[in-house]
Design a binder for this molecule. Structure first.
Ligand code: CTP
Ligand code: MG
Length: 384
């Protein structure tokens, strides 16, 4: 089993903002969430362990809402101490391998994780690294001392992959502070492979790095974002014996919605609006009802997927507006919780999400209480 550590316990001092850089917004979403999605996109990581500063556990969990992850654990004063804390938390799961990743690196190029895991077959560790291309100078007090030959020099990136037991032993054995985990393996004489790194795998260190990553996310050749809208509409039948889940919130009611998944009509309409704005079909195309695995599925995962498509296109959600159409139950008392839940699943600010409701004056199927309908509209900024 492969586990991953998402390191987010740093203070981001060089970033210089009131908040650490991993909480900054990249195209409207927390950097650490984008990094988590990039790790999980590979599909082979079965346990994601976030590591954060003391007191930030609930906030980090909220930023990762809807993504499979373990409860965040508290890191340490140094990156190395944070890794050690994360490894300790994973120990009972006995992973064979672990990826150690900086939450400040939101972009993991395709191919990096497969190359790392392939290299782990032969080596105790593997890291993505890029050959140094600039001429290197050693200097002091503004004056060159000497030119350092750059042949054979690499810039190390993350995620770094390790055999779990070896990395733990390396941390236990270490008496000095290393700047990355590969160095700990070097110290105990273990072999660490170099796999190709990529320029797009930027570690956000200074504020300009955030802007650079945002512009890198624009597809090649596109230089501007255009506003696009999408609409979605969905209906489910009300039946006895089912839970009523609307916009991710379970509402006490004598009837629930019938459907293949959990039948969350609000999330389904919202997903269709997002896919529509991207011109990427609808929810049925991405999650065919014919597939058994979506039976009673938590619709939150559909919404996470729709937002992953938004991120993959380099787009940004401007706002979403959801209207539930039913006579009963009354939505008003639950609307604030629904907005908070949708915002959390989508990883966006709550101010971008609206949930409201209307009746049909007792006319038609919603008026007779036979079902609940929902319509949703979203606006995205999408690279041209
Ligand atoms: N990190 C951590 N625990 C620490 C220090 C760093 O988990 N005690 C994490 C950071 O959150 C970041 C990664 O390690 O994701 C790389 O560290 P770095 O880029 O140095 O981040 P910061 O230490 O936050 O930034 P700075 O050095 O500018 O303060
Ligand atoms: Mg640091």
């Amino acid at each position: 089993m492969i586990a991953a550590l998402l390191l987010a316990a740093g203070r981001g001092e060089r970033f210089g903002a009131p908040e650490p850089k991993q909480y900054a917004r990249l195209l409207g979403r927390p950097v650490l969430r984008v990094a988590a999605e990039a790790l999980l996109a590979d599909g082979r990581i079965e346990a994601l362990q976030p590591v954060c500063a003391a007191g930030e556990e609930a906030r980090v969990a909220a930023m990762l809402e809807g993504l499979p992850h373990l409860p965040p654990v508290t890191g340490g004063a140094t990156r190395q101490a944070s890794v050690k804390a994360g490894l300790a938390a994973l120990a009972s799961l006995h992973p064979s391998g672990v990826l150690v990743h900086d939450a400040a690196r939101p972009v993991i190029p395709d191919g990096t994780i497969p190359a790392l895991l392939a290299a782990l077959e032969q080596h105790a560790g593997a890291i993505p690294a890029q050959p140094v291309s600039d001429t290197l100078k050693r200097g002091a007090e503004g004056v060159i001392g000497e030119t350092v030959p750059r042949a054979g020099l690499f810039r190390a990136q993350t995620p770094q992959a390790f055999r779990f037991d070896t990395l733990r032993a390396a941390h236990e054995a270490s008496t000095a502070e290393a700047t990355d985990d590969a160095q700990l393996l070097e110290w105990i004489g273990e072999s660490v492979a170099l796999v190709p790194g990529h320029e797009s795998n930027v570690k956000i260190t200074f504020p300009e790095d955030l802007a650079r990553v945002e512009s890198n996310l624009l597809p090649l050749g596109s230089s501007r974002l255009l506003p696009r809208i999408g609409t979605g509409f969905d209906v489910h039948r009300l039946v006895p014996g089912r839970a009523l889940i609307l916009c991710g919130v379970t509402i006490p009611h004598e009837l629930g919605l019938d459907g293949h998944s959990d039948a969350d009509v609000g999330i389904h309409a919202l997903c269709d609006a997002i896919y529509g704005a991207l011109a990427e079909g609808d929810i049925g195309r991405h999650f065919p009802p014919s597939q058994m695995k979506w039976r009673d599925a938590d619709s939150a995962q559909f919404l996470v997927h729709a937002m992953e498509r938004v991120a993959a296109r380099g787009a940004m959600l401007v706002n979403a507006d959801v209207t539930l159409i039913c006579e009963q139950p009354k939505i008003g008392p639950h609307a604030a919780e629904m907005m908070a839940r949708l915002a959390a699943i989508m990883g966006v600010d709550i101010g971008r999400i609206g949930v409201k409701a209307t009746t049909t004056e007792r006319l038609g199927f919603p008026g007779r209480g036979e079902g609940i309908a929902c319509q949703a509209a979203v606006s995205l900024m999408v690279p041209d």
